[in-house]
Design a protein around this ligand. Sequence first.
Ligand SMILES: [Cu+2]
Length: 500
Amino acid sequence: MPSSLFSRRNFVNAVGALAGGSLLSYSVGCKQPTISQPKEAALETGGPADYTLTIAVTPLELAPNRIVSTATYNGQFPGPLLRFQEGKQVTIDIHNQTDTPEQLHWHGQFVSTDVDGAAEEGTPFIPAHGKRRIQFVPKPSGYRFYHTHVHAGANLNAGHYTGLVGPVYIEPKNNPGNYDREIFLVLKEFEPTLSRGGDMDMNFLSPAATIKDLKDSGENAMNASLAKGMPHGFEVGYGSFTINGRMLGSGEPIRVKPGERVLFHVLNGSATEIRSLALPGHTFTVVAMDGNPIPKPVTVPGLWLGTAERISAIVEMNHPGIWILGDMANDDRQHGMGIVVEYAGQKGKPQWVAPKPFQWNYAQFGTPGAAVPKADQVFEMTFAKQNAAQDGFNRWTINGVAFAEDHMQPMFRVKQGQRYRLRMRNASDDIHPVHLHRHSFELTRVAGQPTSGVFKDVVMVGGYQEMEIDFVADNPGLTLFHCHQQLHMDFGFMALFEYV
Ligand SMILES: [Cu+2]
């Protein structure tokens, strides 16, 4: 099908004109994040902001008679979809109506430490019952997001356990637009509880090869801890699972027509969980990862996303019926992690059919065998777990050091303009979705397999595996690196890079 039923750019302009600066909801079948459009007003300091985000604890209806109380942006989940123009400065007022200071992180954007939204880098807090005005130039183009960035620790009403997540789309200067429409999906669990240990699906990453010395060291540490009578460290489980804040069957379906090409922008907004997504009888043609176009589109049977990862993928609607677009984990899907896809003229109960098992290999999205520039310096990083070592929570270390409020010295030094390689070695059995602030990185080696051309800001490092990522130090200022799993980042899994 030719590019589109309506041009996305024209649509955005039309919405902007209609909206006249106010918030407005639009419907494309399923419940979509509200689009927040900029005011036409001048940008001078002291004038009105382009956008206002208000952090407050509000009720959130996940399903009929299933209402949770959690912190949200503007009283909704997800927070409003912010559509920025690449390179065009925005002014944003952030109000905090809660009792605790907040940070709002612009995930995946190349902004300064003053606005990035990480106290560890020096971003000022948005005070409790206060506000902060920020300005920045949105970049790079693509699917980004914003979220809270505070320490939660044992408090499951704080940090990413809340509803403080919202999507950002930065309009590119040129947009190929080979799709009919876009749908934003934010995957998110609510009602968190602590448990002793949990089981994470570990078998989906490829290559699957593990490294003996990492495995020996991780298993020895775990066995020594258990032998001393320690229980397993706490993990977090959830009572309800949602897409765009609605449990499967509770929200509006995604209504489609045969032949439509739908571009899904999927975000894993979870605090702690890895998510998957499949649609029976359909495939996903991945065009971008973490908002960055990949070298060429790749078609896969389903998606896997670590915490904070984004995938933009086109689904051609060529298998009429009533289907569940849902997580491949049966238990999570049955507790809400799904949304109905309804073809025009079709009737009946939504059907789920599991796809044939498949592996998730980041290298398949890159250019095999292409040479990558030589790094100016290689940083080795070993990730390790100290079972239940901190008030029953696992403590996490990078090169033997657990990051903590009284232990925030930068661990790595970089010079502007140089290319660095992080050789990450995971001496634990957990998968870690690691994130670098204010920069993107290129995957150069995935569990031993060389690759290039895939630029991301979060990547899952498999249990007892190695991964190499390269980044260019091109955005001066303290730069936070951390695991995006809230339990891991809160209990030590962070490090700072400083420019020297
Ligand atoms: Cu982690």
